[in-house]
Ligand binder design. Structure first.
Ligand SMILES: C[S@@+](CC[C@H](N)C(=O)[O-])C[C@H]1O[C@@H](n2cnc3c(N)ncnc32)[C@H](O)[C@@H]1O
Ligand SMILES: Nc1nc2[nH]cc(C(=O)O)c2c(=O)[nH]1
Ligand code: SF4
Ligand SMILES: [Mg+2]
Length: 240
């Protein structure tokens, strides 16, 4: 590590796999999962990157070390790297994005929209995923709007809302109405987040069907409804 650079805390780097969620669903990608989060969602499927009990498993890595691993896994790529976590926005991924972009890679980043960074403008896609009532968290809308402003220069900004129940659905409709110009994805929530417990693809499909029936019954034609494709394929296994 050089000079005064603060190491990144990295929970895992894995791939190539496919992007299982949202607007880039199905696209081959390599994941960089940052360790640490300012939220504690009741149903978080990535607690190994959130709970400080796992802190010892997060590797301190320089930007160059992270980049070397991404390059190794992607066989020289280029592809669209997925930055997730935890909340990747609580760390400085600006230098990594600059390094990758210089080699023709793109970057998509998933965040709840609680912390804005100027380097959001360098992203191929900023995915903002404000948390619904079932999460137990309460979005700070001023921070969310700062994220939207910071993402102005990004190639795309998308809102992705997880829906577990009727209250989340009503909340998603209300929030979507406040941001009429944002492309919107609704994703059914997965109540089973233990990596050791298998998830039946049919259960994922059933939860998506519940959501499809709601939006079609309501004549709400704006959102795109997508499952967590990786959960259908691999359940909650880590590293895929
Ligand atoms: C693990 S989070 C990490 C990035 C960021 N902290 C966030 O929440 O947007 C990645 C995505 O997974 C979603 N997610 C987390 N747990 C989930 C679950 N049990 N079912 C469905 N989606 C979930 C989040 O809402 C977010 O869109
Ligand atoms: N394949 C795959 N797609 C994903 N999309 C979002 C993920 C995440 O945990 O942020 C994720 C993940 O963990 N794996
Ligand atoms: S904000 Fe994202 S990573 Fe953090 S606890 Fe919620 S779902 Fe998990
Ligand atoms: Mg996940």
């Amino acid at each position: 590590m050089t000079g005064a650079e603060k190491p990144l805390r990295i929970a895992e780097i894995f791939g190539p796999t496919i992007q299982g969620e949202g607007a880039l669903i199905g696209l081959p990608t390599v994941f960089v999962r940052a360790g640490g989060c300012d939220y504690r969602c009741a149903w978080c499927d990535s607690m190994h990157a959130v709970d400080s009990a796992y802190r010892e498993t997060w590797a301190p890595m320089s930007t160059a070390q992270v980049w070397d691993r991404v390059r190794e896994l992607s066989g020289g790529g280029p592809l669209t790297v997925s930055l997730s976590g935890g909340n990747p926005a609580i760390q400085d991924f600006g230098p990594l994005i600059a390094m990758g972009r210089a080699e023709g890679y793109g970057f998509a980043l998933e965040t709840q929209g609680s912390v804005a960074r100027d380097w959001f403008s360098e992203l191929s896609m900023l995915v903002l995923s404000p948390k619904p009532p079932s999460s137990g968290e309460h979005p700070d809308w001023a921070a969310f709007e700062a994220c939207l402003a910071a993402g102005q220069g990004a190639e795309a900004v998308v809102m992705k809302i997880v829906v577990f129940d009727d209250a989340d659905y009503a909340w998603a409709q209300e929030v979507a109405g406040r941001y009429p110009d944002l492309p919107l994805v609704l994703q059914p929530g997965n109540p089973e987040v233990d990596p050791a417990v298998p998830v039946a693809a049919q259960d994922v499909a059933d939860r998506l069907l519940w959501l499809v029936e709601k939006v079609t019954a309501d004549g709400w034609f704006r959102p795109r409804l997508l499952p967590q494709l990786h959960v259908m394929l691999w359940g909650n296994r880590r590293g895929v």
